[in-house]
Design a protein around this ligand. Structure first.
Ligand code: MG
Length: 302
Protein backbone atom coordinates (compact mmCIF):
# COMPACT_ATOMS: atom_id res chain seq x y z
CA UNK A 1 0.00 0.00 0.00
CA UNK A 2 3.01 2.33 0.47
CA UNK A 3 4.50 2.08 -3.02
CA UNK A 4 3.06 5.50 -3.99
CA UNK A 5 4.42 7.20 -0.84
CA UNK A 6 7.55 9.30 -1.36
CA UNK A 7 10.61 8.83 0.88
CA UNK A 8 9.80 11.80 3.11
CA UNK A 9 6.28 10.50 3.76
CA UNK A 10 7.60 7.00 4.51
CA UNK A 11 9.94 8.57 7.06
CA UNK A 12 6.95 10.43 8.57
CA UNK A 13 5.19 7.08 9.03
CA UNK A 14 8.31 5.50 10.53
CA UNK A 15 8.50 8.42 12.95
CA UNK A 16 4.80 7.95 13.76
CA UNK A 17 5.63 4.39 14.89
CA UNK A 18 8.44 5.80 16.99
CA UNK A 19 5.98 8.29 18.48
CA UNK A 20 3.55 5.49 19.35
CA UNK A 21 6.41 3.56 21.00
CA UNK A 22 7.57 6.66 22.91
CA UNK A 23 3.97 7.17 23.98
CA UNK A 24 3.65 3.54 25.21
CA UNK A 25 0.52 3.36 23.10
CA UNK A 26 -1.14 0.10 22.11
CA UNK A 27 -2.15 1.59 18.74
CA UNK A 28 -0.81 4.14 16.25
CA UNK A 29 -3.26 7.05 16.19
CA UNK A 30 -3.69 10.19 14.13
CA UNK A 31 -1.79 12.12 16.80
CA UNK A 32 1.21 9.84 16.25
CA UNK A 33 1.00 10.52 12.50
CA UNK A 34 0.98 14.25 13.22
CA UNK A 35 4.01 13.85 15.50
CA UNK A 36 5.78 11.94 12.70
CA UNK A 37 4.98 14.60 10.09
CA UNK A 38 6.09 17.33 12.50
CA UNK A 39 9.40 15.55 13.02
CA UNK A 40 10.14 14.96 9.29
CA UNK A 41 8.43 17.95 7.62
CA UNK A 42 8.40 20.68 10.27
CA UNK A 43 7.80 23.52 7.79
CA UNK A 44 4.23 22.28 7.24
CA UNK A 45 3.48 23.38 10.80
CA UNK A 46 5.50 26.61 10.79
CA UNK A 47 2.52 28.81 11.73
CA UNK A 48 1.18 26.55 14.47
CA UNK A 49 1.04 27.69 18.07
CA UNK A 50 1.78 24.41 19.85
CA UNK A 51 0.20 25.62 23.07
CA UNK A 52 -3.19 25.31 21.34
CA UNK A 53 -3.01 21.73 20.04
CA UNK A 54 -3.81 18.45 21.90
CA UNK A 55 -1.58 18.11 24.92
CA UNK A 56 -0.54 14.58 24.05
CA UNK A 57 0.84 15.78 20.72
CA UNK A 58 2.66 18.66 22.38
CA UNK A 59 4.48 16.14 24.55
CA UNK A 60 5.56 14.17 21.47
CA UNK A 61 8.13 16.76 20.40
CA UNK A 62 10.68 16.05 17.67
CA UNK A 63 13.28 15.96 20.46
CA UNK A 64 11.36 13.29 22.37
CA UNK A 65 11.28 11.14 19.20
CA UNK A 66 15.06 11.45 18.97
CA UNK A 67 15.26 9.84 22.40
CA UNK A 68 12.77 7.05 21.66
CA UNK A 69 14.46 3.66 21.56
CA UNK A 70 13.11 2.16 18.35
CA UNK A 71 10.01 1.92 16.24
CA UNK A 72 7.84 -1.03 17.09
CA UNK A 73 6.42 -2.71 14.00
CA UNK A 74 4.03 -4.65 16.21
CA UNK A 75 1.97 -1.59 17.12
CA UNK A 76 -1.22 -1.75 15.00
CA UNK A 77 -2.70 1.32 13.35
CA UNK A 78 -6.09 2.27 14.77
CA UNK A 79 -9.23 2.67 12.64
CA UNK A 80 -8.89 6.41 11.96
CA UNK A 81 -5.19 5.98 11.21
CA UNK A 82 -6.00 3.27 8.68
CA UNK A 83 -8.55 5.55 7.08
CA UNK A 84 -5.90 8.27 6.73
CA UNK A 85 -3.37 5.86 5.19
CA UNK A 86 -5.96 4.76 2.63
CA UNK A 87 -7.13 8.30 1.90
CA UNK A 88 -3.64 9.82 1.37
CA UNK A 89 -2.99 8.14 -2.04
CA UNK A 90 -6.54 9.00 -3.14
CA UNK A 91 -5.95 12.67 -2.29
CA UNK A 92 -2.63 12.62 -4.18
CA UNK A 93 -4.34 11.04 -7.20
CA UNK A 94 -7.12 13.63 -7.19
CA UNK A 95 -4.47 16.35 -7.29
CA UNK A 96 -2.69 14.58 -10.17
CA UNK A 97 0.41 14.13 -8.00
CA UNK A 98 2.72 11.29 -8.91
CA UNK A 99 3.62 10.50 -5.30
CA UNK A 100 2.04 10.82 -1.87
CA UNK A 101 3.79 13.63 0.01
CA UNK A 102 3.61 14.60 3.71
CA UNK A 103 1.09 17.33 2.71
CA UNK A 104 -1.22 14.63 1.32
CA UNK A 105 -0.81 12.51 4.44
CA UNK A 106 -1.57 15.52 6.62
CA UNK A 107 -4.68 16.28 4.56
CA UNK A 108 -5.77 12.65 4.99
CA UNK A 109 -5.23 12.85 8.76
CA UNK A 110 -7.43 15.94 8.96
CA UNK A 111 -10.01 14.37 6.64
CA UNK A 112 -10.25 11.45 9.11
CA UNK A 113 -10.87 13.74 12.07
CA UNK A 114 -12.64 17.07 11.51
CA UNK A 115 -12.24 18.03 15.18
CA UNK A 116 -8.49 17.74 14.92
CA UNK A 117 -8.51 19.87 11.76
CA UNK A 118 -10.49 22.62 13.55
CA UNK A 119 -8.08 22.51 16.46
CA UNK A 120 -5.12 23.09 14.17
CA UNK A 121 -6.89 25.85 12.28
CA UNK A 122 -7.50 27.58 15.61
CA UNK A 123 -3.84 27.08 16.49
CA UNK A 124 -2.87 29.12 13.43
CA UNK A 125 -2.45 26.52 10.72
CA UNK A 126 -3.19 28.71 7.73
CA UNK A 127 -4.41 26.08 5.34
CA UNK A 128 -5.29 22.49 5.97
CA UNK A 129 -7.10 21.68 2.76
CA UNK A 130 -5.18 19.20 0.60
CA UNK A 131 -5.51 21.23 -2.57
CA UNK A 132 -3.86 24.30 -1.11
CA UNK A 133 -1.15 22.34 0.69
CA UNK A 134 -0.19 20.64 -2.58
CA UNK A 135 -0.44 23.89 -4.53
CA UNK A 136 1.86 25.60 -2.04
CA UNK A 137 4.45 22.87 -2.46
CA UNK A 138 4.22 23.09 -6.24
CA UNK A 139 4.64 26.87 -6.08
CA UNK A 140 7.68 26.50 -3.81
CA UNK A 141 9.26 24.12 -6.34
CA UNK A 142 8.47 26.58 -9.13
CA UNK A 143 10.15 29.42 -7.23
CA UNK A 144 13.35 27.38 -6.97
CA UNK A 145 13.49 26.97 -10.74
CA UNK A 146 15.83 29.38 -12.51
CA UNK A 147 15.18 30.54 -16.05
CA UNK A 148 17.51 32.57 -18.28
CA UNK A 149 17.49 33.97 -21.79
CA UNK A 150 20.29 34.67 -24.26
CA UNK A 151 20.49 36.50 -27.57
CA UNK A 152 22.45 35.56 -30.68
CA UNK A 153 23.21 37.17 -34.03
CA UNK A 154 25.17 36.13 -37.10
CA UNK A 155 25.79 37.34 -40.64
CA UNK A 156 27.51 35.68 -43.60
CA UNK A 157 28.36 36.93 -47.05
CA UNK A 158 26.79 35.15 -50.01
CA UNK A 159 28.82 34.00 -53.03
CA UNK A 160 28.37 31.76 -56.04
CA UNK A 161 29.65 28.17 -56.04
CA UNK A 162 28.87 27.75 -52.35
CA UNK A 163 26.16 25.69 -50.66
CA UNK A 164 23.48 27.64 -48.82
CA UNK A 165 23.22 25.96 -45.43
CA UNK A 166 20.54 27.32 -43.08
CA UNK A 167 19.32 25.60 -39.93
CA UNK A 168 21.33 22.48 -40.73
CA UNK A 169 19.80 21.85 -44.15
CA UNK A 170 20.85 22.77 -47.66
CA UNK A 171 18.52 25.29 -49.28
CA UNK A 172 18.64 25.18 -53.11
CA UNK A 173 19.81 28.61 -54.33
CA UNK A 174 22.20 30.13 -56.83
CA UNK A 175 24.49 31.39 -54.05
CA UNK A 176 25.73 30.06 -50.75
CA UNK A 177 27.18 31.53 -47.56
CA UNK A 178 30.90 32.17 -47.22
CA UNK A 179 32.50 31.09 -43.97
CA UNK A 180 35.24 29.08 -42.32
CA UNK A 181 32.67 26.50 -41.26
CA UNK A 182 29.55 25.82 -43.33
CA UNK A 183 28.37 29.42 -42.81
CA UNK A 184 25.02 28.43 -41.31
CA UNK A 185 23.81 31.78 -39.91
CA UNK A 186 20.81 30.32 -38.14
CA UNK A 187 22.69 27.55 -36.30
CA UNK A 188 25.42 30.00 -35.36
CA UNK A 189 22.96 32.58 -33.99
CA UNK A 190 21.24 29.86 -31.94
CA UNK A 191 24.62 28.66 -30.59
CA UNK A 192 25.37 32.19 -29.40
CA UNK A 193 21.91 32.59 -27.86
CA UNK A 194 22.31 29.33 -25.92
CA UNK A 195 25.87 30.10 -24.81
CA UNK A 196 24.77 33.59 -23.77
CA UNK A 197 21.84 32.28 -21.72
CA UNK A 198 24.14 29.86 -19.87
CA UNK A 199 26.84 32.51 -19.37
CA UNK A 200 29.31 30.44 -21.38
CA UNK A 201 30.74 33.07 -23.70
CA UNK A 202 30.28 32.92 -27.47
CA UNK A 203 30.74 30.72 -30.49
CA UNK A 204 34.07 32.33 -31.43
CA UNK A 205 35.59 31.30 -28.10
CA UNK A 206 34.48 27.68 -28.37
CA UNK A 207 34.91 27.18 -32.12
CA UNK A 208 37.53 29.72 -33.30
CA UNK A 209 37.70 30.23 -37.08
CA UNK A 210 41.50 30.11 -36.80
CA UNK A 211 41.29 26.41 -35.90
CA UNK A 212 41.46 24.18 -39.01
CA UNK A 213 39.45 21.61 -37.04
CA UNK A 214 36.26 23.62 -37.67
CA UNK A 215 36.78 24.11 -41.42
CA UNK A 216 33.57 23.28 -43.26
CA UNK A 217 31.97 21.84 -40.11
CA UNK A 218 28.16 21.77 -40.00
CA UNK A 219 26.39 24.22 -37.71
CA UNK A 220 24.56 21.21 -36.28
CA UNK A 221 27.88 19.89 -34.91
CA UNK A 222 28.34 23.18 -33.05
CA UNK A 223 24.80 22.96 -31.70
CA UNK A 224 25.35 19.40 -30.43
CA UNK A 225 28.52 20.53 -28.72
CA UNK A 226 26.78 23.56 -27.16
CA UNK A 227 23.98 21.30 -25.94
CA UNK A 228 26.59 19.19 -24.14
CA UNK A 229 28.12 22.28 -22.52
CA UNK A 230 24.67 23.24 -21.23
CA UNK A 231 23.93 19.72 -20.01
CA UNK A 232 27.15 19.71 -18.01
CA UNK A 233 25.90 22.82 -16.21
CA UNK A 234 22.44 21.25 -15.70
CA UNK A 235 20.67 23.65 -18.06
CA UNK A 236 17.64 22.48 -20.02
CA UNK A 237 16.58 24.20 -23.26
CA UNK A 238 13.02 25.47 -22.98
CA UNK A 239 12.49 27.46 -26.16
CA UNK A 240 14.21 29.05 -29.15
CA UNK A 241 12.85 31.80 -31.36
CA UNK A 242 14.75 33.02 -34.40
CA UNK A 243 14.54 35.27 -37.44
CA UNK A 244 16.45 34.66 -40.65
CA UNK A 245 16.90 37.84 -42.70
CA UNK A 246 17.42 37.15 -46.40
CA UNK A 247 16.15 38.86 -49.53
CA UNK A 248 15.95 35.53 -51.37
CA UNK A 249 15.22 32.59 -51.51
CA UNK A 250 11.85 32.04 -49.80
CA UNK A 251 12.64 30.20 -46.56
CA UNK A 252 9.19 29.43 -45.11
CA UNK A 253 8.76 26.16 -47.03
CA UNK A 254 12.08 24.90 -45.57
CA UNK A 255 11.26 25.72 -41.94
CA UNK A 256 9.75 22.31 -41.01
CA UNK A 257 12.95 20.54 -42.15
CA UNK A 258 15.15 23.13 -40.39
CA UNK A 259 13.21 22.86 -37.13
CA UNK A 260 13.46 19.08 -37.25
CA UNK A 261 17.24 19.17 -37.87
CA UNK A 262 17.87 21.81 -35.18
CA UNK A 263 15.62 20.03 -32.66
CA UNK A 264 17.40 16.74 -33.24
CA UNK A 265 20.84 18.19 -32.61
CA UNK A 266 19.60 19.95 -29.45
CA UNK A 267 17.60 16.94 -28.16
CA UNK A 268 14.40 18.96 -27.97
CA UNK A 269 11.15 18.88 -29.95
CA UNK A 270 10.37 20.91 -33.08
CA UNK A 271 7.60 22.61 -31.07
CA UNK A 272 10.28 24.20 -28.91
CA UNK A 273 11.73 26.01 -31.92
CA UNK A 274 10.03 28.89 -33.71
CA UNK A 275 11.43 30.26 -36.98
CA UNK A 276 10.56 33.43 -38.84
CA UNK A 277 11.78 34.88 -42.14
CA UNK A 278 12.19 38.52 -43.12
CA UNK A 279 13.44 40.27 -46.23
CA UNK A 280 15.47 43.47 -45.98
CA UNK A 281 13.15 45.45 -48.25
CA UNK A 282 15.90 45.64 -50.87
CA UNK A 283 18.07 47.77 -48.62
CA UNK A 284 21.77 47.37 -47.80
CA UNK A 285 23.95 44.30 -48.33
CA UNK A 286 21.20 41.90 -47.32
CA UNK A 287 18.68 43.67 -49.54
CA UNK A 288 21.07 43.39 -52.49
CA UNK A 289 21.48 39.66 -51.86
CA UNK A 290 25.14 39.97 -50.85
CA UNK A 291 24.61 38.62 -47.35
CA UNK A 292 22.12 36.99 -45.02
CA UNK A 293 21.74 37.24 -41.25
CA UNK A 294 19.96 35.60 -38.34
CA UNK A 295 18.82 36.69 -34.88
CA UNK A 296 17.93 34.18 -32.16
CA UNK A 297 16.79 34.17 -28.58
CA UNK A 298 17.00 31.10 -26.36
CA UNK A 299 15.35 30.41 -23.01
CA UNK A 300 16.92 27.83 -20.75
CA UNK A 301 16.02 26.52 -17.31
CA UNK A 302 17.89 24.81 -14.53
MG1 MG B 1 28.80 32.42 -38.40
Amino acid sequence: MFEKFDDETRRCIFMARLAAAADNSKTMTLLHFLAGIRKESPTIFRNVNWAKVPLKLVRLTPESLNLASKANNEIPVDAKGKRALTAAPEIAKKLHAEHVTPAHLLAAVFAADAKLRKQFQKAGMAETSPKNAATQRAQAAERQRVSRSGIGYDLHRLAVNRKLMIGGIEVPFEKGSVGHSDGDVLSHAICDALLGAAGLGDIGTHFPDTDPKWRGVSGLVFLRQVRQYLERKNWKIRHIDAIVVAERPKLGPHFPAMRAALAKSLSITSEQINLKAKTHEGLGEIGRGEALAAHAIATIES
